[in-house]
Design a protein around this ligand. Structure first.
Ligand SMILES: [Zn+2]
Ligand SMILES: [Zn+2]
Length: 372
């Protein structure tokens, strides 16, 4: 039985965002790899609390986590949907970027580990889709500029590698500053421990070149603003053939002119002519699948009446179901009446108003209020 994310951060389930943030900073500092080099347990702990924070800091993810529970949440996403290309990363493993965001302040940005430096950087690309696209899911092309492996030297950076003379192949150098011995990355080989004797002309010996590329992203049905997808290995190529970073696609969904959305639920206001409201009849309600649905309203429909169309909302991102569509009818009073229309309505008024219980009750209350 694993600990919940709340346990990991040592906060209650009702903790505010600020409390969570504070707890995270404290815990992250306590087990930060920079202060505990080669300590596997500290590293494991650091990853775990980052994972917890990734979820709890995000309102949507936190709500989903609360709803589905730890076990379901952790096993449900990441594992099933796959974390490879086009996989859907919900549990949040982009901990390096948080790591940098948070600790650049402490370390001045200069202290990065050897592996972090050699591995290519993670990249971010923003993508906006329409509500209809989010409903169906789609393949979308995105343009990104990243480092890619240099073809001319097969990412080796050139010919004839030799042990770096500056660091003796260690990848880092030690410098004495007062009482302290600082270990920094070797500026000559960038932590590789090797240098190239005949550097490649295309990439100046780095083994990678900058290039604009087009990728096809598989966007699953049901995505919402704030959803982030990870394309493994599609970030910057690493130095001299080292592992590439990942590409993160940050999604946002455009506002729709007919529908408002809350998670898997859609809301729509539908105007109804006064006469249809009074006499009853058919009203065409738009649906996100583009079909529309004819709804029969009974005579005497009131403005503000709501109905719920089951399964006519958005598809669930985690699951096969659909949310519902909530429709609110708004009865419209006509303006700019013709003489004939006025005549008819006046005649209607003099024939008695029909049963208008709210109006009648209101008049009674007014009478009582004025004491007559
Ligand atoms: Zn090259
Ligand atoms: Zn070196």
């Amino acid at each position: 039985m694993s600990q919940t994310y709340y346990d990991l951060l040592g906060v209650s389930q009702t903790a505010s965002f600020d409390e969570i943030k504070r707890a995270f900073r404290q815990k992250a500092k306590a087990c930060h790899p920079d202060y505990h080099p080669n300590d596997k347990e500290a590293e494991r702990q650091f990853k775990a609390i980052n994972e917890a924070y990734e979820v709890l800091k995000d309102e949507q993810k936190r709500a989903a986590y609360d709803q589905y529970g730890h076990e379901a949440f952790v096993n449900g996403m990441g594992a099933g949907a796959g974390r490879g290309f086009g996989g859907f990363d919900f549990s949040g493993s982009g901990f390096e970027s948080i790591f940098e965001e948070m600790f650049n302040g402490f370390s001045g940005g200069a202290r990065r580990t050897r592996t972090a430096q050699r591995r290519g950087a993670d990249k971010r690309v923003d993508l906006t889709v329409t509500l209809e696209e989010a409903y169906r899911g789609l393949k979308k092309k995105v343009s990104v500029e990243t480092y890619v492996p240099c073809e001319a030297c097969q990412a080796k950076g050139g010919k004839n590698t030799e042990t770096c003379a500056t660091c003796g192949g260690q990848g880092h150098i030690r410098q004495r500053q007062g009482f302290f011995v600082m270990e920094t990355e070797c500026p000559v080989c960038h932590g590789m421990g090797k240098t190239v004797k005949d550097p490649c002309g295309s990439c100046q010996g780095t083994g990678r070149v900058y290039k604009k590329r087009t990728l096809e992203v598989n966007i699953p049905a049901g995505v919402d603003t704030g959803v982030r997808m990870r394309l493994s290995g599609e970030g910057d190529a690493g130095l001299n053939g080292s592992a590439p970073g990942d590409l993160y696609v940050f999604l946002s969904v455009k506002e729709h002119e007919l529908f408002k959305r809350e998670g898997e639920f859609l809301f729509c206001e539908v105007p109804v002519p006064m006469t249809t409201a009074a006499l009853g009849g058919e009203v065409l309600v738009p649906t996100i699948d583009g079909q529309g649905e004819k709804v029969t309203v009974k005579a005497g429909l009131q403005s503000g009446t709501q109905i719920r169309l089951k399964g006519k909302g958005m598809p669930q991102l985690k699951g096969n179901g659909f949310g519902d569509l909530f429709v609110e009818f708004k009865v419209e009073t006509p303006t700019h009446l013709t003489a004939r229309q006025k005549e008819l309505l006046t005649e209607f008024a003099t024939a008695g108003q029909g049963n208008q219980s709210a109006c009648d009750a209101f008049v009674d209350k007014i009478k009582k209020f004025f004491g007559s």
